[in-house]
Design a protein around this ligand. Sequence first.
Ligand SMILES: Nc1ncnc2c1ncn2[C@@H]1O[C@H](COP(=O)(O)OP(=O)(O)OP(=O)(O)O)[C@@H](O)[C@H]1O
Ligand SMILES: O=P(O)(O)OC[C@H]1O[C@H](OP(=O)(O)OP(=O)(O)O)[C@H](O)[C@@H]1O
Ligand SMILES: [Mg+2]
Length: 319
Amino acid sequence: MDLVNSLEGRLLFALCQEGRLNQAALNLLEGADIQFRRQNRLDIALVKNLPIALIFLPAADIPTFVGQGRVDLGITGWDQVKEHDAAVRANPATASNPATGPGLSGCDMVMELGFGACRLQVQVPANGSYNCSLDLVGRTIGTSFVNLATDYFAKLESQSTGGAPHNGTLHTKIVELSGSVEAACALGVADGIVDLVESGETMRAAGLMAIDTVVESTAVLIRSHAPSNPDMIDLITSRIRGVITAQKYVLCQYNIERSRLSEATKITPGKRAATVTSLDDGWAAVSSMVKKNKIALVMDDLSRVGAHDILVLDIHNTR
Ligand SMILES: Nc1ncnc2c1ncn2[C@@H]1O[C@H](COP(=O)(O)OP(=O)(O)OP(=O)(O)O)[C@@H](O)[C@H]1O
Ligand SMILES: O=P(O)(O)OC[C@H]1O[C@H](OP(=O)(O)OP(=O)(O)O)[C@H](O)[C@@H]1O
Ligand SMILES: [Mg+2]
């Protein structure tokens, strides 16, 4: 089958080829019942049960494909979207989507996805002489986020000259590195770096410390300004939102004497309201969605007001 021709009429949805966001994004698709089989080494997979094709791309390229309207939807890091925005601002000709016009990056954020949280941070040797970002002005910075780093130091340079407009020449040298950025300082390639930090383990292992945050990031669903099939986008968005909500909540069920029902439902008010079923002997059974990260406290409080048979169940999906 000619795979490229079979894309006709399908909504194109870009996912990270591999790396940090790949598995979590695939789990979301599974929860949203988007079924596909990816053949070995193929970067395109047709969805079996919906008119969608999945395109597997590097995280950094997804905003370009979505921004230019070549792909309708995408999952990538917010850091990558901001880097793309900064690249388009620096070179408006790269925004070649006729629907958006030059100068606009063309990606709309649909929602945060609740995984891939990290921070793009300015880092320097922990035992060195740089203590704040201003100390790095005029020095060499290693990064994969060249455009965000350029914007960051351009702003800093114009501040350091008393707010005078930046004259277009950056005194700080930005060196593009494609990975293992943390090695740059120790090996003398850079004085400081701008790179991602999650736990901080990589940074500390390299003898670095963070002195500022450029972008707070999380995985996001993005869409192009003029998608080929807006109804299909709405359908996928609502399915994904259902999966994400389900991941944040658990279902809490318990039995309680009717006389204490109002106290108990104050503890578990539910998303809209708790479901209450009357039992024979002056008792009621209650079922309610509770935020996963609050469930232990909620169970403590329910026991305190006399709830019995408290059960906590996972929710697979919700609308
Ligand atoms: N340590 C991390 N913790 C959480 N999210 C991260 C982390 N590192 C990266 N990310 C997120 O995942 C996105 C893709 O990063 P990833 O490391 O998967 O790609 P890459 O660096 O291009 O590829 P690779 O590391 O496989 O060479 C980043 O843009 C960021 O949003
Ligand atoms: O704070 P931590 O939890 O240690 O995570 C941060 C590290 O994770 C990413 O690297 P990755 O493993 O993707 O390798 P890369 O540098 O080659 O992209 C990022 O570039 C940092 O190096
Ligand atoms: Mg990486």
